[in-house]
Design a protein around this ligand. Sequence first.
Ligand code: AP5
Length: 217
Amino acid sequence: MGRRIVLLGPPGAGKGTQARRLARRLDVPHIATGDLLRAAVREQTELGRRAQAHMDRGELVPHDLVVAIIRAQLEKVDGKRGFVLDGFPRNKRQAHALGEITDIDGAILIDIPREEVIRRLSARRICANCGRTYNLISDPPQSDEICDACGSRLKQRSDDKPQVVAKRYDLQYNVEVKPLVDSYRERGLLVVVDGDGDIETVTRRILDALGEGGRTA
Ligand code: AP5
């Protein structure tokens, strides 16, 4: 059985960035509800059409939709191999639903100050074709606004507009995620990692917290 880890944190904390690196190092699948939902929006599936308005407003997508996505993904990748879940669960109701599908070994909260959230998200760009994420300050593409992986044009995420970021932070993170953080802490599952620092430094902190510090990058 591989490690079963949940990554928590405010928008822009680096959950996606760190989840990809962690999954590679632990050799487990990375499952990100935000990525899955954005892919559905790009492909204009029924799920994508139902999710889009909620995402554009910075609100949670309805419970049943995200639980169905997670259940399907965990079946597809065989959850027994372990996983890094990024962006799910996002409240206690979702955590309860996850608990009916699988146990987890731990939850990592990547903690960064609100000002850093605003700074990072205003510089984030995403590939309109393959969904790869960049940052014009900390992780820029080789050529201006073009994806290194597929050559498509980069764009700003529609929910990275300042007023939507504020809503994601104040309503999603403060109201929905924080009580979940408290619940994982009470259950002895939570580790808090300082997310302020360069990407490699934060990865090291996470690996150390998981007792995987000996692994090479
Ligand atoms: P989602 O895509 O999960 O958005 P989020 O949780 O707000 O997180 P972000 O993707 O904004 O940030 P991140 O923490 O992954 O940071 P990243 O690594 O990109 O969800 C989007 C929407 O989908 C939600 O608002 C909701 O509507 C819906 N949704 C998703 N899950 C749901 C659920 N469970 N239930 C209901 N609805 C759901 O990094 C940010 C930027 O900073 C990047 O540019 C990156 O390059 C840069 N960066 C990363 N680390 C560092 C560092 N250490 N130093 C400097 N720059 C860094």
